[in-house]
Design a protein around this ligand. Structure first.
Ligand SMILES: Cc1cc2nc3c(=O)[nH]c(=O)nc-3n(C[C@H](O)[C@H](O)[C@H](O)COP(=O)(O)OP(=O)(O)OC[C@H]3O[C@@H](n4cnc5c(N)ncnc54)[C@H](O)[C@@H]3O)c2cc1C
Length: 403
């Protein structure tokens, strides 16, 4: 039976990054992925990277976003992987005067805390993003934000992990997990014949939206629910979109809506079939496709795009970049995001079992936060001391026994 110091379940950005940092710290790592590396959310996302600066008092969000930005840069500039990283900045459109007041207050509050963002007039926005709509009241500009190719990045982390000695195995669907008498782990994968049994001292759950079913194999309840995110793309066109593009409409609406109630995480675009708001993110990829998405709907693990939602999103994007009205949709797709019920990431030790860890609940922004989430967890496992900044992500607050 192959033996590793640490087994990681899941080959998305969280698992691949954790594998790379643990291997670089000298640990023997086996990563088990049931499909391909980047086969789920980490490969189908929009490739937008968050970050508004560390701020005067860096918190978990600053660490995850700004720390990850450094890791993206390092992968491309120090390690030689072309992941199409670009610190392009983001423009967020403001559609109404009420949203303008909200955006101005947000900008004033965050800049007073040492963060980087500006309020632009339409004329200022058009001077850096010529396709922007001059009729809107204004734009928020977040200059530190970036973008990268999701598949290339996630596979680069897995490749760097393998380069540092990790055993990265695909086609390994974990179907049974048993704690051994010495406090280690025995993990069984299927299908029979190509699967196998693996042993390790410690176990890391990095199964994205599947953390809950994987947790059930251990008799624990991990409160992460699957949320469908869907996108559309134009054919490749010459360069026309230079930033990542968003809108303040959804944060404005979410700030005014009441709690969705038990069983639903915050900041969804739909409650059942009812639309609560329009969310927007998009960019132009290096290959020239203009891609946009935004909907976040609880439909279990269904990844068939909803045509109505795609049209609403296209209409929203066209309000910001009017030239999009003339570009047909060439393809659509969807993926499953791991939304924690309380809205906060779940990163650290699960105290209900010995030598059990999780890096999950990265929700709609796990591509841009996964690298630092993996790095912080790797440092925790390596040193045995929880980095203070992970206090707010402590699994003990929400992970429970199923019994
Ligand atoms: C349409 C869309 C757009 C998005 N846009 C952005 C964006 O612009 N910026 C951003 O930061 N984030 C974005 N996200 C969110 C981001 O993609 C996710 O938060 C992130 O990829 C989660 O990474 P993960 O590694 O936790 O999960 P995943 O990438 O889902 O990886 C989990 C892996 O675990 C594997 N697995 C599950 N069960 C088992 C098992 N039993 N055995 C073995 N392996 C198993 C799965 O096959 C999967 O590969 C978007 C997501 C979607 C769907």
């Amino acid at each position: 039976m192959p033996e590793a110091d640490i087994i990681i379940i899941g080959g998305g950005i969280a698992g691949a990054a954790t594998a790379m940092y643990l291997s670089r710290l000298g640990h023997g790592v086996t990563l088990l992925e049931r499909g391909e590396i980047a086969g789920e959310a980490s490969g189908v996302n929009a490739g937008g990277l968050g970050g508004i600066g560390w701020g005067a008092v860096p918190d978990l969000t600053s660490y995850l976003t700004m720390g990850s930005l450094e890791e993206f840069k390092s992968l491309q500039m120090d390690n030689g992987y072309d992941i199409e990283f670009r610190q392009s900045g983001t423009l967020q459109a403001i559609h109404t005067l009420e949203q303008y007041e909200y955006a101005r207050d947000r900008m004033l509050r965050l800049t007073s805390q040492g963060h980087s963002l500006e309020l632009l007039t339409p004329r200022e926005a058009m001077s850096i993003e010529p396709g922007a709509n001059p009729q809107l009241p204004g734009y928020l500009y977040l200059p530190l934000r970036g973008q990268a190719d999701p598949v290339k990045t996630t596979r680069a982390f897995a490749s760097a992990a393998a380069g540092a000695g990790a055993n990265v195995l695909t086609g390994q669907d974990v179907t049974a997990i048993v704690q051994t008498s010495d406090g280690g782990w025995q993990v069984r994968t299927s299908p029979p014949g190509t699967g196998g049994d693996f042993r390790s001292g410690a176990l890391v759950l990095a199964a994205g939206a599947w953390c809950r079913p994987v947790g059930e194999l251990l008799g624990i309840n991990i409160p992460i629910v699957p949320v469908r995110g869907q996108m559309w793309a134009t054919d490749s066109v010459p360069p026309r979109v230079f930033h990542t593009i968003g809108s303040v409409e959804s944060p404005y609406d979410w700030g005014r809506q009441s709690d969705p109630g038990p069983g639903a995480p915050p900041e969804l675009t739909h409650w059942g079939e009812v639309r609560l708001t329009r969310h927007l993110y998009g960019r132009q990829t290096k290959s020239g496709e203009i891609i946009f998405g935004g909907d976040r709907q609880m439909v279990d693990y269904n990844v068939t795009p909803d045509a109505t939602g795609i049209e609403v999103n296209r209409g929203h994007a066209s309000e910001v970049l009017p030239f999009l009205r003339d570009l047909p949709i060439a393809r659509t797709w969807a993926g499953t995001m791991p939304f924690p019920l309380d809205g906060e990431p779940i990163i650290g030790k699960i105290p209900l079992r010995d030598n059990l860890y999780i890096v999950g609940g990265l929700a709609s922004s796990g591509f841009g936060r996964g690298p630092m989430a993996g790095k912080l967890l790797a440092e925790y496992i390596h040193s045995g001391h929880r980095p203070t900044v992970l206090n707010d992500a402590d699994p003990a607050r929400c992970v429970s026994d199923t019994a």
